[in-house]
Design a protein around this ligand. Structure first.
Ligand SMILES: Cc1ncc(COP(=O)(O)O)c(C=O)c1O
Length: 453
């Protein structure tokens, strides 16, 4: 049974309320409903200060892969912390960074040969956008001043990344006057991912979507520096699962129109969708690849933007040529983060991580099949270890109005029942660490079913 918070937490929460500004939060909410103190992490669970153990059903914002405080990752951190904490990466290098590049390269499409480090998903995207634009300039295409992107996309919260994300939502719309020039096109959700999907007419719809992509590139292709997409799964856009055939079409169109293809696998990378990268399921190799979140197994901030040799070659020259990529961050390639990332990749080599992900995927499908019986649940779907559905008010068949804060209430109630979920709008999803035992996932499904009732 949860106990009241220990007294020192009462004081800390008062200090938090006095001075801390939390992300994605209307802070007034915390006046009545303070942030939840977390004191530990163990396997797929988080330990709350009141003694509750909760399944981390969303991998702490989609980062945690092998479970919290995994001994191999923590051991690597401890070893590296006795060796080298940090050093600037311009003009210097170190073993964890080189080892990480070598380990990762083996798992990526062969055309990606050059790795640029930064420290979060948004900056990995900023780097890709800037690289693409500068590469186009340096190959004599100064007119390519715009980007292409998918509607419902999300690529981070820095201004460049916001500019290529969906604008018609509460997160980003107000920044419109400050953003990059971006043309957007929509891809349909893939009914084959739905557990009760009706794929009638799908071949025709797929063909129409292909034609729409071709028309988009015919209209905008000559002015685009790059096209960015989250392969197969638009995560923050509502866990929209879209067809690999259209990623293939994007590759074809980018090639035909001299546009770089940026795969933002910040969320989909590292086994989340069942394969190491989601791109693999379409047999597509991008020109630029953004990785973060699971890169360190979910322990430390780190990101990478991988580029092809051809793109890299456009930056090559004498110092006075002005062709260098003049971008970097204080913590670029932090050695502690790189060492942990190496340990995380070593787990992929030494343990059946992707086989576990396949088992989790099967359990995810079972869980959402059970949830699907509830009248509030619509469009249950699964891609790899990610399961999602829409929640409606059974009385109206419509999504709950935003002011009801149904998702937030479900999130808070589920916590009290040992489960961390955080619906996005009307999208309820589960995306636990890859190491989550399938039985724990099924329990989570039962908890959700009881709460929905
Ligand atoms: C696909 C995608 N790209 C980029 C980002 C931004 O990553 P970060 O929050 O580390 O800046 C996210 C974050 O959720 C994401 O899902």
């Amino acid at each position: 049974m949860p106990t009241p918070l220990p007294p020192d937490w009462t004081d800390r929460l008062a200090l938090d309320r006095a001075h801390v500004w939390h992300p994605f939060t209307q802070m007034k909410v915390h006046e009545a409903d303070p942030p939840v103190p977390v004191v530990g992490g163990e396997g797929c669970d988080l330990l709350l200060a009141d003694g509750t153990r909760v399944l981390d059903g969303i991998s702490s914002w989609w980062t945690c892969l092998h479970g919290h405080c995994h001994p191999r990752l923590m051991g690597a951190l401890e070893r590296q912390s006795g060796q080298l904490d940090h050093v600037m990466f311009a003009g210097f290098t170190h073993e964890p960074a080189v080892e990480l590049v070598i380990r990762l390269r083996r798992r990526l499409p062969a055309n990606l040969t050059r790795a640029f480090f930064s420290d979060n998903g948004s900056t990995a995207v900023e780097v890709a956008l800037k690289m693409a634009f500068q590469a186009q300039l340096q190959r004599g295409e100064p007119g390519r001043t715009r980007f292409g992107a998918l509607r419902h996309g999300y690529h981070g919260d820095t201004l460049g990344a916001v500019g290529v994300g969906e604008l018609e939502n509460y997160l980003t719309g107000l920044f419109r006057p400050l953003l990059l020039a971006c043309e957007r096109v929509e891809v349909p959700e893939d009914p084959r991912r739905e557990l009760e999907g009706d794929a009638t007419g799908w071949p025709e719809r797929l063909e129409a979507a292909r034609a729409a992509l071709r028309a988009f590139f015919a209209e905008h292709g000559e002015r685009l520096a790059a096209f960015i997409a989250e392969p197969l799964l638009q995560a923050a856009g509502g866990m929209r699962m879209w067809p690999p055939e259209l990623l293939q079409e994007l590759r074809t169109q980018c090639d035909a129109h001299g546009v770089y293809l940026i795969a933002d696998e910040v969320m989909t990378g590292f086994g989340r969708t069942g394969t190491f990268l989601a791109c693999e399921q379409a047999g597509v190799a991008p020109d630029l690849l953004c990785l973060s979140k699971g890169l360190t197994g979910g322990t430390l901030p780190l990101s990478m933007t991988w580029a092809t040799e051809a793109l890299y070659g456009l930056f090559w020259g004498e110092p006075e040529s002005g062709r260098a990529f003049l971008h970097g961050h204080s913590y670029t390639a932090n050695p502690l983060a790189c060492a942990v990332a190496c340990a995380s990749l070593a787990l992929f080599d030494d343990e059946p991580v992707l086989a576990q992900a396949a088992e989790l995927s099967a359990a995810m499908a079972d869980t959402f099949r059970i949830l699907a019986a509830h009248p509030a649940v619509r469009q249950p779907r699964v891609l790899g270890t990610v399961g999602a559905c829409r929640l409606v008010d059974p009385a109206t068949g419509q999504a709950h109005p935003a002011e009801e804060r149904f998702g937030w209430t479900l999130h808070r109630r589920a916590l009290a029942h040992g489960l961390l979920v955080r619906p996005m709008g009307d999208c309820l999803y589960l995306l636990p660490p890859l190491s989550t035992p399938p039985d724990r996932l099924r329990e989570a499904g039962e908890t959700l079913l009881a709460l929905l009732d």
